[in-house]
Design a protein around this ligand. Structure first.
Ligand code: ARG
Ligand code: ZN
Length: 876
């Protein structure tokens, strides 16, 4: 096989031929499924006559091919590894093909595969070409009619997109169902599910009066775990009507849960397929975080019905058109149904840790990339989360009303079409009358902009001068960057009054919480009529995906942490304060001097613990120290051990100093009320469990006993998991080992709980974590072909910073071994799993060498395009 080739956005052309209607018939068999396709093909009006018909197709065994009923001889078409070519086709014709595929051998989980005994599909981005020969690109949209034939005993349920229109019995114990999807769609939205499934059913009446049947299909043992997903679905449907005026457009909406799935879920038209981890919940098996994740993903996939399906992407470079917008929509939905400030804090802390790292590493790419080798590598935090941040900036720039008008315009103008990011932004510009030309650079420029800010107060004139300077670091292939249009929401907090002062900029009154627009490389903003000396509160709510540096003193930060009117920035001030203290301690550790705790941090925590609050979830976040990964992000060169030691020292110092406060907060938040995944309960549980984590960090006897009892009480998985994690991560193996054993035996039958059992053990800081990984890889519940298991065991271990980065290199070696094996079995998972190794340049010399060595060992293998692309970038 030749070296994988790059595909360029600038090479885009409409397809030579399009398909208007697609008829499929599947005769299911694990090793020899037959797929017959009849495509209604016509020349694209913008393309010349006489061009060859080129279809994508991989791993298909062609049995026969005919045009307008005339079988083609072997010399009338060309078969390659990538597809099929036919020369001299008419302007408009019927193409019939018959192929054979082997779903049981499909460990890549793309195309048609088996999960347990059931058949299912994953076609986005380019999986459909593993089902039949087809122009597998999103700008070819057809109506589909699909007949599925299966065994009545093994596959009593046969599902596809749209509505069932016919079903019947066949000889030899087989049966069939025919499905019709009236909405033209690209083939990446095709889906088929067949197996022994049970359903839970509900109904929803749309605002326009359409009666929709809602079904969640699961294996029998999971019937009791669908309530939350169903409730979330109905909330999402109503929310999209009320917020975006979008209604559902079929009579049936189905969700299916499958155990083997590469990602979270997939928005196939009318038949969403979900990783079981993203849909199943029960108070005894799922944590609060899992409940919230399910709600978010159910909403996300549902929202795609408009932002993705009715209006789709012209080509895969536009992936963020549907993903960025849809993530923004699901984030807004979750903020409306939960504690909005805590949602934002969670989003941003995740974003600043993981997306910033991606944007600063060798695989950095723009939100709209201009080339790729394997699109499967571009389902990234940049495309999804940074894409969502861009849409959020747009919403804030034009205001909600204009944004909603722009959204309406977008959906009506482009309904049923495959379009580009420019089309979307043009609707926003048109609806708002704003010039968004410079703003478009956010889509084409990779890297995280860094803003250096400073300001001074002019006592004589009552003016505050703020100077901002922006700079985006070079990223691979983009050495020079242009200034971006960056909206900075800010307030000036009076140091005497502790209140937001009014903002007057160039004679214009901006209120007390205003937005300034940074467009130049350097810009000065002069605020007048500022009555007292302020501390600026900048980029409130994380108003842009930037790193903002301001020379705050620790006193400034302690002040903002108590007085900022913006909840997000109050939290952020606390994080900045903790980071400054951590910096000192990291230096102390490196220099071998005694560590001294900054009393300002202790006092800040003491006052948090003793101030009444109505948002316990936010308080829990404020009491949570920046993660080791986030601290590492702030360091020029990552010192894994110093970071771990410094953070542990801060945590334990706080626990010692504030032991009684933590204990009190724990007891104040214990509740016997029946579990509900509701904001108030979730907030109280997080607060209680954060307090417990401090107490157990110093192995306080009472704290450890509380953890043991919380585990034993077995009230809900959030509490059980936290208690078990704290015990396993402490040195109290006398308590941890029996608890782990009991938990493992109790839940041996439940794969989603066993995933948690794996993760808890391999993320422990003790030196035996790596040995545990190796041992657990032989556990009967582990499997390398199940992505959830790989993430739970190997993925979780790679996040265990001190143990993954062991100086003997054994952590790196283990990861590389698994990547090499998965490169053959499941390239998409392999190329994701290798990510931590690609960040080698961030570490000290010995670790760099070790990590690079493992990357080179991987490079020597015969690589899938997925892993090849990532490894080449990492070693470039
Ligand atoms: N469109 C899906 C979602 O975001 C994800 C599909 C991912 N597919 C892939 N091959 N990585 O909801
Ligand atoms: Zn999506």
């Amino acid at each position: 096989m030749s070296e994988p080739q790059s595909i360029y956005l600038s090479d885009y052309r409409p397809p030579a031929y399009r398909v208007t209607h697609t008829e499929l018939s599947f005769d299911l068999d694990p090793m020899a499924t037959r797929v017959k396709a009849r495509l209604h093909v016509e020349r694209h009006p913008e393309r010349a006559a006489g061009e060859p018909l080129e279809l994508d197709g991989e791993q298909l065994t062609l049995k026969s091919i005919a045009i307008d009923g005339q079988p083609l001889g072997d010399d009338e078409y060309v078969l390659t590894e990538r597809g099929l070519r036919v020369d001299g086709v008419p302007e408009r014709f019927l193409l019939d093909t018959d192929v054979e595929i082997a779903p049981k051998d499909n460990t890549a989980l793309e195309g048609l595969y088996q999960s347990g005994g059931m058949f299912c599909t994953q076609c986005e981005a380019e999986g459909f070409r593993r089902i039949t020969f087809y122009p597998d690109r999103p700008d070819v949209m057809a109506t589909f009619s699909t007949t599925v034939v299966g065994r009545s005993d093994r596959e009593p349920v046969l599902l596809s997109n749209g509505n069932p229109v016919e079903r019947g019995e066949l000889p030899d114990g087989r049966h069939f169902v025919t499905w019709e999807d009236p909405h033209p769609k690209p083939c990446y939205l095709f889906a088929l599910v067949a197996g022994d499934l049970q359903k839970v059913e509900d109904r929803f009446t749309t605002a326009g009066g359409r009666e929709v049947t809602l079904q969640i299909w699961v294996e029998e043992e999971n019937l009791g775990k669908t309530d939350h997903a169903m409730a979330s679905l109905k909330r999402a449907m109503r929310w999209d009507e009320e917020t975006y005026g979008r209604e559902y457009d079929l009579d049936l909406f189905m969700i299916v849960a499958v155990n083997d799935f590469n990602m979270g879920a997939m928005e196939n038209k009318g038949l969403n397929i979900f990783n079981s981890a993203a849909v199943l919940t029960h108070p005894h098996t799922a944590t609060d975080a899992a409940f919230q994740r399910v709600e978010g993903i159910v909403a996300h996939e549902y929202f795609h019905n408009w932002s993705g399906n009715r209006v789709t992407c012209r080509d895969w470079f536009q992936l963020s058109l549907k993903e960025g917008f849809t993530v923004f929509r699901d984030q807004s939905f979750s903020a409306d149904t939960n504690s909005a400030p805590v949602k934002r804090i969670e989003e941003v802390s995740f974003f600043r840790t993981a997306q910033f790292a991606e944007d600063a590493g060798p695989t950095a790419h723009p939100v709209r990339p201009d080339h790729y080798i394997e699109i499967g590598n571009f389902y990234t935090l940049t495309i999804y989360e940074k894409g969502a941040e861009i849409v959020r900036m747009l919403r804030n720039l034009v205001g909600w009303e204009a944004f909603r008008r722009g959204s309406d315009l977008y959906f009506s103008r482009f309904d049923g079409q495959a379009v580009t990011i420019e089309d979307f932004v043009a609707c926003m510009a048109e609806a708002s009358g704003q010039d968004l030309d410079q703003f478009m650079r956010w889509y084409s420029q990779a890297g995280t902009p860094e803003i250096d800010a400073h300001g001074e107060y002019d006592y004589a004139n009552g003016a505050y001068r703020l100077v901002l300077r922006q700079r985006t670091p070079a990223t691979p292939g983009q050495p020079d960057k242009q200034p971006l249009h960056i909206p900075i929401r800010l307030g000036l907090v009076g140091t005497k009054s502790g209140r937001d002062l009014t903002l007057t900029l160039d004679g214009e009154y901006l209120g007390q919480d205003g937005v300034i627009h940074l467009r130049e490389e350097e810009q000065e903003f002069l605020f007048t009529d500022v009555e007292e000396a302020p501390v600026p509160s900048l980029a409130r709510g994380f108003s842009a995906p930037i790193k903002l540096h301001f020379p705050y003193s620790r006193e400034d930060l302690a002040f903002l942490q108590t007085h900022d009117s913006d909840g997000f920035n109050r939290w952020d001030a606390g994080q900045r304060l903790a980071l400054l203290a951590l910096d000192d301690l990291i230096a102390a550790h490196r220099n071998g001097v005694e560590k001294v705790m900054d009393s300002r941090v202790v006092e800040a925590f003491r006052s948090l613990l003793n101030t009444a609050t109505d948002d316990k979830a936010v308080l829990a976040e404020m009491l949570t120290l920046p993660s080791e990964a986030y601290i590492a992000e702030q360091q020029p060169l990552v010192d894994v051990d110093a970071i771990h030691a410094a953070r542990t020292f801060v945590k334990q110092s706080l626990a010692i100093a504030l032991r009684d406060d933590f204990l009190r907060v724990y007891h104040e938040n214990v509740s016997e009320a029946p579990y509900a995944p509701e904001p108030e309960q979730i907030g109280a549980r997080s607060l209680k469990n954060v307090a417990l984590s401090y107490l157990v960090s110093i192995e306080d006897e009472e704290g450890v006993e509380l953890a043991r009892r919380q585990f034993e009480a077995d009230h809900n998985m959030t509490d059980v998991r936290q208690a078990l994690t704290l015990l396993v991560h402490s040195s109290r193996d006398d308590l941890a080992d029996p608890a782990l054993r009991a938990f493992g035996e109790k839940w041996a039958h439940d794969p989603l709980v066993m995933d948690q059992w794996f993760s808890i053990q391999v993320s422990r800081p003790q030196a035996d974590a790596l040995e545990r990984v190796k041992f657990l890889m032989d556990h009967p519940a582990f499997s390398l072909t199940n992505p959830n298991k790989v993430r739970a065991l190997i993925g979780a271990f790679a996040q265990n910073r001190i143990n993954f980065h062991r100086l003997d290199g054994e952590g790196y070696k283990l990861l590389a071994d698994v990547v090499i094996e998965l490169n053959r079995l499941n390239p998409e998972i392999a190329s994701r799993l290798v990510t931590p190794l690609t960040r080698w340049r961030r570490f000290d010399e010995p670790r760099q060498e070790l990590m690079k060595g493992e990357l080179e060992r991987i490079r020597a293998e015969k690589l899938s395009p997925n892993v090849y692309e990532v490894i080449e970038k990492a070693l470039a």
